[in-house]
Design a protein around this ligand. Structure first.
Ligand code: FES
Length: 143
């Protein structure tokens, strides 16, 4: 089978879909390879991500990786969330076909864009880890 059961589960029943009003951080990124778009909303209290929601105009792999990524960062500190990689998200889903790995980049970059927005709103310097992820993602609009 092309996709793992976990990928299909998160595609058919995505977690944390929607928007957060008055979010502490919002990030939107586009995938330069296919034009798909993802928007991520974070609620952050005392440096902890207490809620996260996403909206994706994209393929099944983008939806599944976004869903899994939101589960992985919910309840985590912002510093930990910054360390999340697309490879870790894909691994948590039991893997993705190689030619769909680029879809998982969208979730990582959307989280980092939302975190960059959070740091900026707080008047804090945006961490390097976030800037790097944004700079190599054409179409990233977090700066
Ligand atoms: Fe665009 Fe998957 S084909 S994110």
């Amino acid at each position: 089978m092309l996709y793992t059961e976990k990928v299909m589960d998160h595609f058919e029943h995505p977690r944390n879909v929607g928007e957060i009003e008055h979010a502490d951080g919002v990030g939107q990124v586009g995938n330069p390879k296919c034009g798909d778009i993802m928007k991520m909303y974070l609620k952050i209290d005392d440096g902890v991500i207490t809620d996260v929601k996403f909206k994706t105009f994209g393929c099944g792999s983008a939806i599944a990786t976004s869903s899994m990524a939101t589960e992985l960062i919910k309840g985590k500190r912002v510093e930990e969330a910054l360390g999340l990689t697309n490879a870790a998200v894909a691994e948590a889903l039991g893997g993705l076909p190689a030619y769909k790995m680029h879809c998982s980049v969208l979730a990582e970059e959307a989280i980092k864009a939302a975190l960059a927005d959070y740091y900026q709103k707080q008047g804090l310097e945006v961490p390097e880890a976030c800037k790097l992820a944004c700079e190599d993602g054409e179409g990233c609009c977090c700066h």
